[in-house]
Design a binder for this molecule. Structure first.
Ligand code: URA
Length: 432
């Protein structure tokens, strides 16, 4: 039997832990045999000393083994793909990618999380659709992926229970932003949920966990290595999170923008990322196409309406209504106008994320309730020319008071300059 204090001490002093030691520690923690305070000390030791590639894989593997796993591929007799984002502001990518990929004939089964702090969660967005069920039984989940080609659900309590516990602990002990811990957390859920090929969207910038390209690259390489050791194909996209993705930030607003994008009417940066992710997922699938052909098929699913049909099939199969008029609408819409003219040289993602959070679109603690109707729509983005008095953004709020406070925050997120800044692409780098 391991002594947790010895393992913490060894890691604190820069030593290496074996796979069996990490396994006992994590499985013991998940069973309630190792207390929170020892795992908190362990996470802090890892924060300062890091984990080797072998330790990171062993940690991930132990987390996977803390609960049940699903073999979606075997259940469907098909290669199943998945995508995951490390989280950002306005990141509704899965909502648009899912139906496009499904319309191209590739099954996608995804377990998503909730948002915390300034980053939104896919589940919260989906719950703004009246009737949508985020909790399916495992049998229902598998049946829906098989019959409809797409299901997006919440993570079941039995899938990687160690991550649920550990993530909650890291969140309150300042140990979230360590690349091995993030990689193990994300990859344990991806491996347990059973997809054979995974596209990972690693967000970089002001509104992301990874602030620099170097840090994002390191996280991507760590996740890639875990995936490869586990026999999964992984492609990592490093994408811009210095400004919000697309225009909408806030749950129902993002659902509407994702649907617009599936119909070919989405904002340019978001559409580009969605089509790129679809192309890579199709190339990893069993369709036998390359990325160029994947892109062509994704574009035609949008253009011919089959992606929108897949959207309706998916939402309705999961108990929701595909009627956009049923989405909640905020009673107050407040315009944020430019005081002077110029080019948008900066649109801080974190400030917009915080404005949406303060409006009630997100939660500060895990138990906060969410107002699905509120948020911010950024009409002017990085590089855009604006005239004096032009509307930069719309604040959707539950009352005038919260709208006015959020408008100040949104206004402070915008910086204007006389010269047009260099164009920034949403896709920064691909790591594979
Ligand atoms: N997302 C996760 O699932 N886990 C982390 O640790 C960070 C982001």
């Amino acid at each position: 039997m391991i002594r947790p204090a010895e393992l913490i001490q060894r890691k604190r002093d820069g030593g290496e832990l074996s796979a069996s030691e990490l396994s006992e520690l994590i499985v013991g923690y998940a069973r309630g045999e190792v207390p929170d305070y020892q795992l908190a000390a362990f996470c802090m030791a890892v924060f300062f000393r890091g984990l080797s590639a072998a330790e990171t894989f062993a940690l991930t593997d132990a987390m996977v083994r803390s609960g049940e796993t699903i073999d979606l591929g075997a259940a469907l007799g098909r290669k199943v793909v998945d995508k995951h984002s490390t989280g950002g502001v306005g990141d509704k990518t899965s909502l648009a990618v899912g139906p496009i990929v499904a319309a191209c004939g590739v099954p996608l089964g995804k377990m998503s999380g909730r948002g915390l702090g300034h980053t939104g969660g896919t589940l919260d967005k989906l719950e703004s659709i009246p009737g949508y069920r985020t909790e399916l039984s495992l049998d229902e989940f598998v049946a829906q992926v098989r019959d409809i080609g797409l299901a997006i659900v919440g993570q079941t309590a039995d899938l990687v229970p160690a991550d649920k516990l550990l993530y909650g602990l890291r969140d309150v002990t300042a140990t979230v932003d360590q690349h091995s811990l993030i990689a193990a957390s994300i990859m344990s859920k991806k491996l347990a949920a059973g997809a054979q090929a995974i596209v990972l969207d690693v967000k970089v910038g002001d509104g992301a966990f990874m602030r620099t390209l170097d840090d994002a690259r390191r996280l991507a390489e760590t996740m890639l290595e875990i995936g490869n050791r586990a026999g999964r194909e992984v492609v990592c996209l490093l994408t811009d999170m210095d400004q919000p993705l697309g225009a909408a930030v806030g749950n129902a607003l993002e659902v509407k923008e994702a649907r617009d994008t599936v119909r070919g009417r989405g904002p340019a940066d978001f559409t580009e990322l969605v089509l790129d992710a679809c192309a890579r997922l199709l190339a990893l699938s069993d369709l036998g196409v390359d990325e160029a052909e994947g892109r062509r098929r994704a574009e035609s699913a949008v253009a011919d309406g089959s992606a929108d049909e897949a959207w309706c099939r998916w939402i309705e199969a999961q108990g929701g209504t595909a009627d956009e008029a049923a989405l909640p609408v905020a009673p107050v819409v407040h315009e944020v106008r430019a005081e002077r003219g110029g080019y948008v040289s900066r649109l801080g993602a974190i400030r917009i994320g915080n404005a949406a959070l303060h409006l009630g679109a997100g939660r500060r603690t895990k138990d906060d309730a969410i107002d699905h109707s509120v948020g911010v729509v950024c009409l002017a983005k990085h590089g855009d020319a604006v005239e004096p008095g032009q509307t930069l953004a719309l604040v959707h709020a539950r009352d005038e008071e919260s709208a006015a406070a959020a408008a100040l925050e949104v206004d402070s997120a915008y910086e204007l300059s006389a010269e047009q800044p260099a164009v920034r692409s949403v896709l920064l780098e691909v790591v594979r």
